[in-house]
Design a protein around this ligand. Structure first.
Ligand SMILES: NC(=O)c1ccc[n+]([C@@H]2O[C@H](COP(=O)([O-])OP(=O)(O)OC[C@H]3O[C@@H](n4cnc5c(N)ncnc54)[C@H](OP(=O)(O)O)[C@@H]3O)[C@@H](O)[C@H]2O)c1
Length: 232
């Protein structure tokens, strides 16, 4: 089987890094994209050690110019096509609505929702050239129900689910599948600066989420949404 060509946003740590390594173990060519180049370089070394081939592409998903440049680098690396795009870059914060200023609101919507639109739009031509191409959008349990202090995060993730549902219809005639993945709480740095009591030990591991993202790439055409099973 030919090596898959994969682009993962937010691939520098957490769920994105774990997904990159999961694809790498199957020999994939994996481009990891995020803002922090030091983290990306470390993941590329891990991808290469795991049996894949990695490229670090610095990208701010909220900056269209940065997205264009990074996708261009990614396609240079793959030789043109992308088989799997994982829209995973994301930020999280818990802010009661009465304190939800437009700066926090815009940041969460811009990264989690508009970022996925930019990266998908820029990657479309490369996906059309891909082998059984698929877009995997990493949503959240917060795409299905509300949580206190999560107006912006829930809006971004419900929005990402809606984006995917409509995108699937628009891209069906191009043979590009769209799968939305819904992780529950997962032990990553996303909780580091967020107020609240977080019981990290009771959360999913990044490897459990990565397995579902990996499975989405090879799932049947009828698969549109995948939950991550809660920890046993
Ligand atoms: N952890 C959970 O409990 C959980 C649950 C459900 C869903 N999710 C979703 O899973 C995804 C990954 O989260 P995680 O838990 O792995 O978080 P994480 O450990 O904080 O990693 C987030 C990744 O996104 C990147 N990122 C953030 N802002 C970006 C920007 N403007 N442009 C490009 N990349 C950016 C970060 O890199 P830089 O900061 O270097 O840019 C980092 O690589 C997110 O979409 C999150 O909403 C997480």
């Amino acid at each position: 089987m030919a090596a898959k060509r994969v682009l993962i946003t937010g691939g520098g740590r957490g769920i994105g890094r774990a997904a990159a390594l999961r694809f790498a173990r199957e020999g994939a060519h994996v481009v990891v994209a995020a803002r922090t180049s030091g983290e990306l370089d470390d993941v590329v070394a891990e991808i290469d050690a795991a049996g894949g081939k990695g490229l670090a592409a610095q990208m701010n998903v909220t900056d269209l110019g940065s997205v264009e440049a990074a996708v261009w680098r990614a396609t240079e690396f793959t030789g043109g096509p992308i088989d799997v795009l994982v829209n995973n870059a994301g930020v999280f914060d818990v802010v009661p609505f009465e304190k939800m200023g437009h700066k926090v609101w815009s940041k969460i919507i811009d990264v989690n929702l508009t970022g996925a639109y930019y990266v998908t739009q820029e990657s479309l031509g490369a996906l059309e050239d891909g082998e059984r191409p698929v877009i995997v959008n990493v949503a959240s349990g917060a795409a299905k129900r509300g949580f206190p202090g999560n107006t912006a995060y829930c809006a971004s993730k419900y929005g990402l689910k809606g984006f995917g549902d409509a995108l699937r219809l628009d891209l069906a005639d191009k043979g590009i599948r769209v799968v939305t993945v819904y992780p529950g709480a997962t032990d990553t740095t996303i909780f580091d600066d967020v107020e609240g009591e977080w019981d990290r030990a009771s959360m999913n591991t990044v490897d459990e989420v990565a397995e579902v993202i990996f499975g989405a790439a090879d799932a049947g055409d009828e698969v549109t949404d995948l939950d991550v099973a809660p920890p046993a």
